[in-house]
Ligand binder design. Structure first.
Ligand SMILES: [Zn+2]
Length: 604
């Protein structure tokens, strides 16, 4: 029984190390391959042999990665299939835990290997032939200049940060994160005659009836406030664990450790702080303007006091019915295809190929997991897109976004080093967010002109409005992890200061406690510390790609595709500059981009 939407995929390269008939869900068959890699590393006496070893290791990793993806895809497409669930859980429980220590052992072997120095002399575009004596002076070349520089930097970093005593602490961290998710997911309210989850309550904030919106919002806020102590308890324990993990690894605080752990070699906490300042200076005035406009459109300026309240932010300010871009998924795909046809022949061909290979599962139906994602099939070197489209404008944004990720995977598929077929998250999101903006130029494939403009407007307002929230969440975490031993009241005060700085002119009177604990809703703060600024950095890159395309469409697209093809083989600043974007997030970089967005909004 095939539970996958696609059939047998064509191999991108024939395997040279992993046996063709192996069952990659059966650990006893996999373990001998790791044994062989360990033995062969010891036998590698030349740079060329060592390089071959590296590629074979990558071949095995890609094959295992694809096996995990196939089982994940089958499970999410058929949550009601016991066979799919069993196959997925088998891999998670029996293969992955065995895999991690074996992969880490190979990383340690790599870092200590006598041929590593030779490997690092290989320049870009060269294979197997390290330079001779006279080039020895370039041994310390920057990661950007040598073929394996970025890979080497990342593996070395991973090995250096590992502390055996942190394994148990990380397990504790994961358990607390699970408690947070359980607590958040368990919260229910009784509204309009039935039990509702807080996620379900979100849709009432889009209702035109203001009193109804307020009632729904207040009910949710009250429910959350009942659990304040539990959220705070979980978070205090998480901070304590994280500070211990950082100290064990030799860092003076968790912030500095998190920067290294996330491989942030190309920007510093100070750069992030400048980013926050730039958002305050360049973006907040536009946010205030848009809020004033919303207030006027909602007719609040005729009331007294007539302020925008927290429950006024998600409703359509002109009280219009939701946009209806398409009736069925077939229509969504063919219209999206037309957008890509108009945008670029190469990208359009990629999307067509994904349809031919059945690499899209987009309709919402019973037995499918919620949400949307793009997943690489690492050995076949093709992407897969999963969605639950129901005919909203959000679906159009999502398919363009995920297609951007898919184009990234397709562009990098000639890269033979497994680790280089994917890029750091800061740049992955440039690929996807740029595609939202570039694709939006052709939204008339879905709508008459006025509705297309309405969709563009909502999208641009969303982009502008995201920056202050990103700055709030990021700056808050910088504060938390550089103020050891702080108390809960101090923490709430630090948060409120940021809300004052980045919240604009929304009136929270009567809901001060909800405002002081609003961060409890942001799961990243609990689950993925410091992982948020990436989206801000990427959004700036995407705005830059869009700005470039306004000046010279052909060149902007050519640069975009060229940068995607680099995969993860270059440091971030080089990936950005290949795409035609400066890797900077200061006021001077942001100013012209926000001006462009603002001018565009004025036209819509
Ligand atoms: Zn994305």
């Amino acid at each position: 029984m095939n539970l996958l939407p696609f059939g047998k995929l064509p191999a991108h390269r024939p395997r040279s190390f992993v046996p063709a008939t192996i069952d990659l869900g059966d650990w006893p068959q996999i373990a001998p391959l790791f044994d062989r890699l360990e033995t062969r590393a010891a036998q590698a006496k030349t740079g060329a042999e060592f390089e071959r070893w590296l590629l074979d290791w990558g071949e095995l990793s890609a094959a295992l990665d694809e096996e995990a993806s196939r089982r994940y895809i089958a499970m999410t497409c058929h949550t009601d299939s016991p066979a799919a669930e069993k196959a997925y859980l088998h891999f998670v429980e029996n293969v992955e835990p065995q895999l991690k220590p074996r992969q880490f052992a190979l990383e340690k072997i790599y870092v200590a290997h006598p041929q590593r120095e030779d490997l690092l002399k290989i320049r870009r575009g060269e294979f197997h032939e390290p330079q001779t004596e006279k080039d020895n002076g370039t041994r310390s070349a920057r990661p950007s200049e040598t073929r394996y520089g970025v890979f080497d930097r990342d593996v070395k970093n991973h090995v250096e940060l590992f502390r055996p005593e942190n394994v148990a602490l990380e397990t504790e961290d994961a358990k607390l994160c699970q408690q947070y998710q359980k607590l958040s997911g368990s919260l229910m309210v009784n509204f309009q005659g039935g039990e509702k989850t807080l996620v379900q309550m979100g849709r009432y904030l889009e209702e035109p009836d203001r009193a109804l919106r307020q009632e729904a919002w207040e009910l949710v806020a009250k429910r959350r406030l009942q659990e304040v102590e539990k959220f705070e308890d979980i978070f205090d324990q998480l901070i304590d664990l994280r500070e211990r993990v950082a100290r064990n690894a030799g860092f003076k605080n968790y912030r500095d450790y998190a920067f290294r752990l996330r491989g942030r070699f190309d920007y510093t906490p100070e750069d992030c702080s400048h980013f926050h300042d730039a958002v305050a200076r360049e973006i907040m005035p536009v946010v205030r303007e848009l809020q004033a406009e919303r207030r006027h459109q909602l007719g609040l300026d005729k009331l007294h006091p007539g302020h925008l309240r927290p429950w006024d932010m998600a409703v359509d300010p002109k009280n219009r019915a939701p946009l209806k871009p398409f009736a069925g998924v077939g229509e969504m795909v063919s219209r999206t295809q037309k957008i890509f046809d108009r945008l670029d022949g190469g990208l359009a061909g990629g999307f067509r190929r994904m349809q031919e290979l059945h690499l899209l599962d987009l309709d919402n139906r019973k037995g499918k997991a919620p949400g949307g994602y793009q997943q690489n099939l690492s050995e076949s070197r093709v992407p897969f897109i999963f969605m639950n489209a129901i005919g909203q404008q959000r679906d159009v944004e999502t398919i363009l976004h995920e297609a951007g990720h898919a184009f990234h995977a397709l562009a990098a598929n000639e890269e033979d080093l497994y680790a280089y077929r994917s890029a750091p998250i800061e740049f992955c999101e440039v690929a996807s967010m740029s595609m939202e903006l570039l694709g939006n130029e052709f939204l008339e494939e879905f709508y008459p002109a006025t509705e297309a403009n309405r969709a563009r407007r909502t999208h641009l307002e969303g982009i502008i409005g995201f920056f202050p929230w990103m700055a709030t969440v990021d700056a808050f975490q910088h504060w938390i992890y550089t103020h050891p031993g702080h108390g809960r009241a101090e923490r709430a005060a630090a948060w409120l200061e940021l809300m004052d700085r980045f919240g604009g002119s929304v009136d929270w009177t009567g809901h001060e406690a909800a405002r002081a604990h609003l961060w409890h809703r942001q799961l990243h703060i609990f689950l993925h510390p410091f992982y948020y600024v990436e989206y801000g950095i990427a959004q700036l890159g995407a705005l830059q790609v869009w700005a470039n395309s306004r000046r010279d469409k052909v060149k902007a697209l050519a640069d975009y595709k060229k940068s995607l093809a680099l995969g993860g083989s270059r440091p971030l600043p080089e990936l950005f500059s290949a795409a035609g974007c400066p890797f900077r997030f200061d006021a001077a970089t942001i100013k012209p981009l926000i001006e462009l967005a603002r001018n565009e909004l004025a036209k819509l």
